[in-house]
Design a protein around this ligand. Structure first.
Ligand SMILES: C[S@@+](CC[C@H](N)C(=O)[O-])C[C@H]1O[C@@H](n2cnc3c(N)ncnc32)[C@H](O)[C@@H]1O
Length: 235
């Protein structure tokens, strides 16, 4: 991959970050500290985001397609790199409609030629199209807004005695259904980018359908949530 392509992509990403409505993003992430949170994390979005992008592009082929689940600011570098450098298609889904609006407005304003856009839909819906050779699922099955109890359990924030078992079973069934629909949308051989906290969902699904699932050693700490992300080779 030519260094010039990476430089252009990084410059585009920087322009998109500069054009983002950080006050609006601060409101969306207000429970994490809003605008101050983003000021602190912003430099890391480029550094960690492009580290993840370089690692991913070494693995996935030119011209394939990715389904990204719960993609946000942290995934901007990798989405731009996949589309601009490797000629891949991306579907970037996120349940927060306002976040998609803010991200798409910045992309439209400063990078109208870039094909990466965010869709405010459930990834399970995008999964029905199938044919993806890569799934990106970073800090989604640990999302405190979507699965409050699974999130507390995954991050060790709750004592066993405090677990509401009915809620736990409900959330686990929903997360299992989502993981299976995502896995079914993946062509084999394929790749999954996910975090250490989520990997067990994919290992469980892979074993149920007798797919091979091998984790690579490379791990990158993600820019926003700070979870360790890595790559699973699915066969
Ligand atoms: C904790 S955030 C992580 C965002 C980003 N991946 C990161 O690492 O910074 C989790 C995101 O997953 C999204 N999400 C949860 N379930 C989803 C689903 N079924 N389809 C699409 N997005 C989903 C939420 O809307 C939220 O934006």
């Amino acid at each position: 991959m030519k260094a010039r392509h990476w430089q252009e992509c990084e410059a585009t990403c920087q322009r998109v970050l500069d054009a983002l409505d950080w006050a609006a993003l601060g409101e969306i992430y207000f429970h994490w500290g809003g605008v101050e949170f983003w000021q602190e994390r912003r430099p890391q979005v480029l550094v960690a985001g492009f580290e993840l992008a370089r690692q991913l592009l070494r693995r996935v082929p030119t011209g394939g397609s990715s389904l990204w689940v719960g993609a946000g600011v942290a995934e901007l570098p990798v989405l731009l790199a996949e589309t601009m450098i490797q000629g891949r298609k991306v579907r970037a889904t996120n349940l927060r409609a306002r976040e998609c609006e803010v991200l798409n407005a910045a992309l439209q304003q400063v990078a109208p030629m870039a094909t990466a856009r965010f869709e405010a839909i459930d990834a399970a819906q995008a999964a029905t199209d199938g044919g993806y050779d890569h799934l990106g699922c970073i800090s989604v099955l640990t999302d405190p807004e979507t699965w409050p109890l699974l999130s507390d359990v995954a991050y060790g924030r709750i004592a066993p005695i405090q677990i509401d078992l009915e809620q736990f079973v409900r959330e686990r069934e929903l997360a299992t259904a989502l993981t299976r629909s995502l896995f079914a949308a993946l062509r084999r051989p394929g790749w999954i980018t996910t975090t250490a906290e989520e990997v067990a969902w994919f290992l469980d699904t892979a074993s149920r359908v007798e797919a091979s699932c091998v984790a690579d050693d490379d791990m990158i700490e993600t820019a926003v949530v700070g979870d360790p992300a890595g790559f699973l080779r699915i066969g």
